[in-house]
Design a protein around this ligand. Sequence first.
Ligand code: ADP
Ligand code: MN
Ligand code: MN
Ligand code: MN
Length: 350
Amino acid sequence: MAAIKAEYIWLDGYTPTASLRSKTKILDTEVRSLAELPDWAFDGSSTEQAEGRSSDCILKPVRMVQDPIRGNPHVLVLCEVLNPDGTVHPSNSRAHLREVTERFVDHEPWFGIEQEYTLYKGLKPLAWPQEGVPGPQGPYYCGVGTDKVSGRDLVEAHLEACLVAGLHISGINAEVMPGQWEFQVGAVGPLEVADELWLSRWLLHRLGEAYGVTVSLAPKPLLGDWNGAGAHTNFSTKAMRALGGLKVIEEACQRLSARHKEHIAVYGAGNEERLTGKHETCPITEFRYGVSDRGASIRIPIYTAKNGCGYLEDRRPAANMDPYKVCARLIETVCAEPARQYSVPVTATA
Ligand code: ADP
Ligand code: MN
Ligand code: MN
Ligand code: MN
C-alpha cells in the first residue's frame, strides 16, 4: 500500500484576518484528479468556525497541486469550508468569488498580485541588529550582499517550491525595508490567482519553519520611516487588453473612485497605518489615479499608457488582504453593467 500524504489546507474563522490551517490525511492510492479526493472534516470550535456542541465543519477540496516539500506523489489540497449540511460556511470567502467569476466570465478578467511580506526572527525583523536599527531605507530594494538583504535562502527555497508545485509565480524581489521581500503570482484568472496566492502563502509560512523564521503579512510592521507591506493587485479585462483599452481603463478608474470606501473595507485590516500618503502610498481617505504615479491609489503602468491598452495596478490592498474578497470586489465594480437608462415610457392614454 502506497501511503499518500495529502495536506488539506483551509482558512480559519478569525476576524478581521483569517489564518491558514492544515492537517494531513493519509490516502492509500495515488490521486490523479481533484474529483478523487474525499471531503474531510475538522473541529471548527478550535478555529472560530463552530460552537463546541456542534463542532464539525466540512473540508471540500477545490484545488490540488504537487507537494514540493514532501515530494511526489504527495499533494497539497486547498479546501473550501462548508457547514455539515453542505451549505457555504460564513467564513468561506471563496464561494462568492466563484459566483462572481461565473457571472462575469465574458469579461475574461486577469490578475497579477504582488505579495510583500516581512521576515522575523522572534520579535524582531530578520534584518534588525541585536542593538539599535539598520541604516535608513535606500540601499535595500533589489539589493545584493549581506549588508543589504537577509533571508535569501528562504526566499529562494520558496520560489523553487512554488515552481515545483506548478503555481504561476512570476517573480521575486527584495523590498525597500530591510528584511522585506515580494513575490508575484499571475497574471491568471481570479480563482486561480487567489487559490495560488493562498497556497504560496502557506508554502512560505511552512518553509519559514525550517529556517526558524516567521513570515508577517502585517501592513505596517514598524511605525516610523519604514515602508509598509502591500499586495498591489494588477487587473485587466479583455476590453482593457484590446485596442482602445486605455479608455476602458480610465472608465474603470472612475468607477473605482465612486466605490473607494467599499474597496478599502475589504483591502486588509490595519491598512490605515500603511496608506498614509508617505512611502509610495496615497492617503486612505483619498482616491487618485495616474500614469506611472506610485503615490496614487491606482497606477496606470507606463507601457499601458504608451500602447493604449493593458492593465491597471490597484496599489491599495494591504499584504494581509484576502484575495478572494479583493478580486471579487474589483470585478464587481469594474465589470457590472452600467445602471440601465430607462427611456420615458410612451403610454397610450385613452
Ligand atoms: P511593479 O512594477 O508594480 O513592482 P511587478 O512586476 O512586481 O510590478 O508586478 C506586475 C504584475 O502585473 C505581475 O504579476 C504581472 O504578471 C501582472 N500583469 C502583467 N500584465 C497584466 C495584465 N494584462 N493583467 C493583469 N495583470 C498583469
Ligand atoms: Mn512589484
Ligand atoms: Mn513592491
Ligand atoms: Mn507594484
